[in-house]
Design a protein around this ligand. Structure first.
Ligand SMILES: Cc1cc2nc3c(=O)[nH]c(=O)nc-3n(C[C@H](O)[C@H](O)[C@H](O)COP(=O)(O)OP(=O)(O)OC[C@H]3O[C@@H](n4cnc5c(N)ncnc54)[C@H](O)[C@@H]3O)c2cc1C
Length: 464
C-alpha cells in the first residue's frame, strides 16, 4: 500500500489518526469540510484554529457564554422531531469538529462490564494508555482541592455503607493545569501541533473541502469525489466525519451494508445543580485556585449509569435561585441505551435524514433508576438549587453511537475489529459510531484508542 493516507474529518478522532500515521512515517492529507472559523465570542483570539473554545478569555470562566458559543457551532439535524426522532442530534462542521467544544471527560470502558471483543484485556489497556497520551488525559486537574476530596469521601462512604462497590474518583480529563492555575483543555489543535516539526510536516491540512463520495474499484476506494474535483493519489482512506457524517458518506457512496445506520444508540443525559451543604465547603474557599471538583462514579452492573460531579458546566438558567460562588456543584448523569437493529437512521426519508430510536422499558427503567440515584446524591451533598433541578438534554444530543458498528460479521456490522470496512482493503472508519454495545461512559477516548489500531494497521500494511 502507498505511504500516503487521506483522513477525512479533523475532530479529535481524525486528528489522532493523522498524528499516529505521521508518527509512523506516512504522509497524510487531512481533509475537513468546515472552515477554521471561531465563533463570535472568540473573535480576535490568538489561539491556533482547532483550539478549544474554553481556553478563550471570556469563555473560560463563564459557562453561559461558553454554552452560547457551543450552540453557535452545533448544526441540528431535526430540531423539531419527536423524542424518538432525536431532536438533539447535531454535528459541528468546523476545523476541529466537536473537539473544540467538548467537555473533555475521558473515562474508560471496564473489563467484564462493557468492553467488547475488539481487543483482549491487555490490548485494551495498552491502547487506552496510548489514547490517554495522545489526548493528554490526566486525573490531577483538581489535585489538592479540599472540596473535591470532601465530596468524594462523602459519596464513597455512603455507597460503602449501602454495601455497594461504587466509589467516587477523580474523573480522567483531557486537560492540564497551566503554571498560572488556569486550565488548558485539549482540542484537535493540540493533537496535531504538539509534534516534532519533522513529524508535523508530514501532515497537510485542507479545509473547506467536503468529500461527497468515495469511488470503489473492487476491494479498494480508488478516488474521493470532492465538492470540486477528485483525488486519486493515496493508499488508504480513513473517514472520521462523526457518527452521522461517516454513515452518510458511506451511504452516499453506495456502500450500504445492512448494519449501516442501525443499532443506533445514544446517552440520555440528565443534568442539574446542587447547593452544597455548607459543612462540605468549610475550608474550601482557601483553595480557590483549584478549578473545583471533577469526580465520577463509574457504572457497575447494579447501577449501570455514569455519574459525573463537575464545576462550571451549567449555564445560567433564568429561574435559578441566587447562589454564592463556589457553593454549587453540577451533576451530569449518562444512561446507556441497549442497541437494537430497528433503531436506525432512515437515509431516504422524504424530509431528509430521519432518526428512529424508541427507548425500551428496560432503557426507561434505567433512566428512572438513574434519576433516583441523582436525588439521593443531591440530598447527601446538599439540595437541588431551585430552578436547576434535573432536566434531560434533548434526546440524541449526547454521543450518537453504533451507526457504523464494529463486529466480525458483515451481516451485522460495518467494520471489522481494526476499523476496516468489510469487503475493502483500504477503507477505514474511525469514531464513536463503531461502538456496537451499550455503554454509559463518554465514548471519545474509546474511539481514539481503536482509531490508533486502524492507523497502525494502515502503517503496517504500507511498510512504515
Ligand atoms: C457539548 C459537547 C460535549 C461533549 N463532551 C464530551 C466529553 O466530555 N467526553 C467525550 O468523550 N465526548 C464528548 N463529546 C463528544 C465528542 O465531542 C465527540 O465524540 C468527538 O468530537 C468525536 O470526534 P470525531 O473526530 O469522531 O468527530 P467530530 O468531532 O464530529 O468531527 C468530525 C469532523 O468531520 C468533518 N466532516 C464531516 N463530514 C465531512 C465530509 N464529508 N468531508 C470532510 N469533512 C467532513 C466535520 O466538519 C467535523 O469537523 C461532547 C460533544 C459535545 C457536543
Amino acid at each position: 500500500m502507498a505511504r500516503k493516507a487521506v483522513v477525512v474529518g479533523s475532530g479529535p478522532v481524525g486528528a489522532s489518526v493523522a498524528r499516529r500515521l505521521a508518527e509512523r512515517g506516512m504522509s497524510v492529507l487531512l481533509i475537513e469540510a468546515g472552515a477554521p472559523t471561531t465563533p463570535r465570542q472568540a473573535r480576535g483570539s490568538a489561539s491556533p484554529p482547532g483550539s478549544h473554545l474554553r481556553n478563550e478569555p471570556g469563555l473560560a470562566d463563564d459557562p453561559t457564554a461558553f454554552f452560547e458559543a457551543l450552540l453557535e457551532r452545533c448544526r441540528f439535524f431535526n430540531p423539531k422531531a419527536s423524542a424518538e426522532g432525536l431532536p438533539g442530534a447535531a454535528e459541528s462542521r468546523n476545523f476541529g469538529g466537536q473537539g473544540i467544544l467538548w467537555t473533555n471527560n475521558c473515562p474508560e470502558l471496564q473489563a467484564r462490564l462493557d468492553r467488547w471483543d475488539a481487543l483482549d484485556d491487555r490490548g485494551w489497556e495498552e491502547r487506552y494508555a496510548e489514547a490517554r497520551a495522545v489526548l493528554g488525559v490526566r486525573t490531577d486537574l483538581d489535585a489538592g482541592g479540599v472540596l473535591g476530596r470532601s465530596v468524594a469521601e462523602r459519596l464513597s462512604a455512603h455507597f460503602a455503607a449501602a454495601g455497594s462497590t461504587r466509589r467516587a474518583a477523580a474523573l480522567p480529563t483531557a486537560a492540564r493545569r497551566l503554571p498560572d492555575g488556569r486550565v488548558h483543555w485539549t482540542a484537535p489543535a493540540d493533537i496535531l501541533d504538539d509534534l516534532p516539526p519533522e513529524v508535523r510536516s508530514r501532515i497537510e491540512i485542507r479545509t473547506g473541502l467536503e468529500v461527497r463520495r468515495l469511488e470503489r474499484r473492487g476491494r479498494t476506494v480508488a478516488a474521493l469525489v470532492l465538492g470540486s474535483g477528485r483525488l486519486e493519489d493515496f493508499g488508504a482512506v480513513v473517514i472520521a466525519c462523526g457518527a452521522v457524517g461517516n454513515a452518510m458518506l458511506l451511504h452516499a457512496s453506495g456502500i450500504r451494508p445492512y448494519a449501516l445506520g442501525r443499532w443506533l444508540h445514544y446517552h440520555p443525559l440528565l443534568f442539574a445543580q446542587v447547593m452544597l451543604d455548607p459543612a462540605l465547603c468549610a475550608g474550601a474557599d482557601a483553595d480557590s485556585a483549584a478549578p473545583g471538583p471533577r469526580l465520577f462514579v463509574a457504572p457497575t452492573a447494579q447501577a449501570p449509569w455514569h455519574s459525573m460531579f463537575l464545576r462550571d458546566i451549567f449555564p445560567r438558567l433564568p429561574d435559578a435561585e441566587p447562589a454564592p460562588s463556589r457553593r454549587t456543584l453540577d451533576f451530569q448523569f449518562l444512561a446507556p441505551v441497549v442497541p437494537r437493529a430497528e433503531h436506525r437512521i432512515d437515509f431516504e426519508a422524504a424530509a431528509g435524514l430521519r432518526f428512529e430510536v424508541t427507548l425500551s422499558e428496560e432503557d426507561r427503567a434505567c433512566v428512572a433508576a438513574m434519576r433516583s440515584d441523582m436525588d439521593e446524591c443531591a440530598q447527601l451533598l446538599g439540595r437541588w438549587r431551585r430552578g436547576c433541578e434535573p432536566q434531560e438534554n434533548p434526546p440524541g444530543f449526547s454521543h450518537l453511537m453504533g451507526t457504523t458498528r464494529m463486529g466480525r460479521s458483515p451481516e451485522n456490522s460495518v467494520v471489522d475489529p481494526t476499523g476496516r470496512v468489510h469487503g475493502f482493503d483500504n477503507l477505514f472508519v474511525a469514531g464513536v459510531g463503531i461502538v456496537p454495545v451499550a455503554i454509559a461512559v463518554n465514548p471519545t477516548l474509546t474511539a481514539v484508542a481503536l482509531a490508533l489500531v486502524s492507523a497502525d494497521a494502515i502503517a503496517g500494511a504500507a511498510g512504515c
